[in-house]
Ligand binder design. Structure first.
Ligand SMILES: [Zn+2]
Ligand SMILES: [Zn+2]
Length: 347
C-alpha cells in the first residue's frame, strides 16, 4: 500500500513510499483509515524542526485521523469489526510515576504516532486497543479527523482554564489549535476574540469570522486599543497563547487583566521578559499539554453538538497525492485544517 513518509532530514522530503499492510498484534486492532488531518506538528516535521531530530526515517506521518476497525487481535475485547474509532496518538507507557497517578499526558516515556512509529497517512494502521477511542454515529467521519486537535482545546479550556460564562477571552493565534480552543471557550460561556498577524488575513482570520468569532489583526490594528475597547479598559479575564511564538507570551501579558489567567498551549520557545509585573498582578500562568480520554470524549460531544463547527473549520481542498501543496499552504497561512481522504492512496 502507498503511504506518505518523511524520508530525509531536510525541508520537505515527503514522499509516497510502499508499506505492507500490518498484521495486528494480540492487543491491537487494524484500522482502515478514512480521513486524516494535517497538524502544525506535521508541518514541523515537513520543515524538520529540531524537535523531530529523534525520528528514524523514513517514517509515515499523520496522527489526527479516523477510520474503522477491520481486524482485531485475539486479546482485543472492547472493539469489534466495523467500529468507528479515533486514536489518542500520544501514548503513555503505563508504568512511570505520571502514568501511575493518571497524568499520562506528561508520561516520561510517551511515544507519538506519526513521529516515533508509522502514522496514519496510509490506508491501514495497527493500534493498541488502549489507544483507541470510539466515535459515535452522530459525528461525521470527516469531522472525526479533527477530534484529536479539538481534544487539545478541550483540555486547555475545560481542564486547565477558569473560563466561565461572561468571561472575556482572548485566543492568540488563529491556527487550528487556536480556532478550536476559541470555539470550546465560547461553548463554556466566554465572549471570545481571536488575534492574528498579517499572514493570517487571507484565510485564518476570515475563517475565525465565519466561525462567528470576533477578530483582531495585530498586523494592522493596535492590540492595546482593541483590548481597551473590547474589555472596558480592564483587559481579558483569560488569554490563551496558541501562537507557538516567543512574542505570544509577552503580548498575553499585555492583554490579560490584573488577576487574570494566561494559558500557554503553543510551544513558545525561548524568551526573556520581566516576571515581577506578573507577580504583582497575581497573574495565573498555566500550561496545557496534549490530552487524555476525557478530553477526547468532550471533543467528540462538542463536535457532535455543533458547538465546535467542523463543517466550517475543516478544509477538504487538498490531496495526499500532492501533499506539498497542503504543507506549503499551511505554512503560509492559506489553510488552517486540511483533512485528507485517505482512500485516494489506493489505486
Ligand atoms: Zn496534532
Ligand atoms: Zn508513563
Amino acid at each position: 500500500m502507498r503511504a506518505l513518509a518523511k524520508v530525509s532530514r531536510t525541508h520537505g522530503a515527503m514522499e509516497l513510499v510502499e508499506r505492507e499492510r500490518p498484521d495486528p498484534a494480540p492487543d491491537e486492532a487494524l484500522i482502515e483509515v478514512e480521513y486524516a488531518g494535517l497538524c502544525g506538528s506535521d508541518a514541523g516535521i515537513y520543515e524538520f524542526e529540531s524537535a523531530f531530530e529523534r525520528m528514524a526515517l523514513p517514517t509515515v506521518i499523520g496522527h489526527e485521523y479516523t477510520g474503522r476497525v477491520v481486524e482485531t487481535g485475539d486479546a482485543v475485547s472492547g472493539f469489534s469489526i466495523g467500529d468507528r474509532v479515533v486514536e489518542r496518538p500520544i501514548r503513555g507507557c503505563g508504568e512511570c510515576y505520571q502514568c501511575s497517578i493518571g497524568e499520562e499526558n506528561v508520561c516520561q516515556n510517551a511515544v507519538i504516532t506519526g513521529v516515533d512509529h508509522d502514522g496514519a497517512y496510509e490506508r491501514y494502521i495497527s493500534v493498541p486497543e488502549r489507544a483507541l477511542h470510539p466515535v459515535p454515529d452522530s459525528v461525521d467521519p470527516m469531522h472525526a479527523a479533527a477530534v484529536e486537535p479539538t481534544s487539545i482545546g478541550t483540555r486547555a479550556v475545560i481542564e486547565n482554564s477558569r473560563v466561565g460564562p461572561g468571561d472575556r477571552v482572548l485566543v492568540e493565534g488563529p491556527g487550528p489549535i487556536g480556532l478550536l480552543t476559541a470555539q470550546v471557550a465560547r461553548a463554556q460561556g466566554g465572549t471570545v476574540v481571536v488575534s492574528g498577524v498579517g499572514q493570517d488575513e487571507t484565510y485564518r482570520l476570515p475563517l475565525a469570522e465565519r466561525l462567528g468569532l470576533e477578530t483582531i489583526n495585530v498586523g494592522s490594528e493596535d492590540l492595546d486599543s482593541r483590548r481597551d475597547e473590547l474589555t472596558d479598559g480592564v483587559g481579558f479575564d483569560v488569554v490563551f497563547d496558541t501562537t507557538g511564538h516567543p512574542s505570544g507570551l509577552q503580548s498575553a501579558v499585555d492583554a490579560v487583566r490584573k488577576g487574570g489567567q494566561i494559558v500557554l498551549v503553543g510551544q513558545t520557545g525561548e524568551t526573556t521578559m520581566p516576571y515581577s509585573p506578573l507577580v504583582r498582578s497575581e497573574i495565573d500562568l498555566q500550561c496545557s499539554y496534549a490530552s487524555m480520554y476525557e478530553d477526547f470524549e468532550r471533543a467528540l460531544r462538542l463536535i457532535g453538538s455543533g458547538d465546535v463547527d467542523c463543517a466550517t473549520f475543516v478544509d477538504d481542498r487538498f490531496s495526499l497525492l500532492d501533499a506539498n501543496d497542503a504543507f506549503e499552504a499551511f505554512l503560509s497561512g492559506e489553510t488552517c485544517k486540511p483533512v485528507f481522504d485517505i482512500a485516494e492512496l489506493e489505486g
